[in-house]
Design a protein around this ligand. Sequence first.
Ligand code: UT7
Length: 337
Amino acid sequence: MARITAATGAAHSRILGLGAYRPVRVVPNADVVDAIDSSDEWIQQRSGIKTRRWAGPEESVQMMSVEASRIALERAGLDARQIDCVVVATVSHLLQTPAVATAIAHELGTDQAAAFDISAACSGFCHGISLASDFVRAGSARYVLVIGVERLTDILDLTDRGTAFIFADGAGAAVVGPSDTPGIGPVVWGSDGEQFDLIRQREDWRDVVGSPEVPGSGVMPHLVMQGNPVFRWASFAMAKVGQQALDRAGITLDELDVFVPHQANMRIIDAMARSMKLPSTVRIARDIADQGNTSAASIPLALDRMMAEGEAKSGDTALLIAFGAGLSYAAQVVTVP
Ligand code: UT7
């Protein structure tokens, strides 16, 4: 039998550069409360959100991704043509096909790169980092660009009390490449499809369009969420996942510098930090207060801010935990680029 040459890659991987794009428009709670019969006080108390960023007409999924990626590439000291693979985590690229990743790769100038989208909602960025790390170590790619991007305002019903005040827009990008030492720990990931309906596109596209026999709704199938069960699941189950990611990476709580959970709700962030008994020396990402919940973009946006504000520095050890629709989750320990 013919013997196929096995692929071989780098001994280790790490994040080499991170970039972010935040939409220009800042939207205070006062601008969303009337349509949902809410108040600034309720939103701040229940979610910790004071303002969020909503994209303008020019700030498309592609545009925000390209801006964040250019920064990540520059910080990694790489040219776009060196990227072998582009992985885009998003649920708000509104063409079923093709993937937005190919258009992003093209605009960046890396037409030879493999490029595809993944759908893992708010946990998409950590899924992408895991894939990228494995590609680099297996030899499928030397440099991988991972993008988490959302323009959730396109799929939000601004009169829906359960979602309108939480979700927001933005993009984050990371370049993953070879490393002499381990810079991305083993992933702890999973899903719970029994809770498939808790966060979802309200209806199938076919129900919107309809058929000759049954007329469609003709209404955009917005994102809907049963917030409270998701809140309870995230607050309790995700702390265990975080501890498992630390254990699998061989990192103790005392060695941890930075905690970057998905920015879903400030109360979930606090509950996870308490359950995990994080020492007071661990710096915690709290980007949600003025960025809102940007789903797949939230972790790179939050880490980028911590780096910009000096709360995280290159070489620090960070725990990332992402969770959301599916339900799905993914967590890993990384070295800050
Ligand atoms: O990113 C993907 C993962 N997503 C998440 O992790 C989100 C998780 N969920 C949450 O963050 C929270 O569940 C929310 C912030 C969405 C809601 O907070 P909650 O503490 O779970 O509120 P609730 O749904 O249990 O509602 C509490 C009360 C209810 O009134 P009663 O029955 O106590 O009288 C609601 O009717 O608040 C009322 N309420 C509102 N009041 C003002 C619900 N939505 C609103 C609103 N404004 N927007």
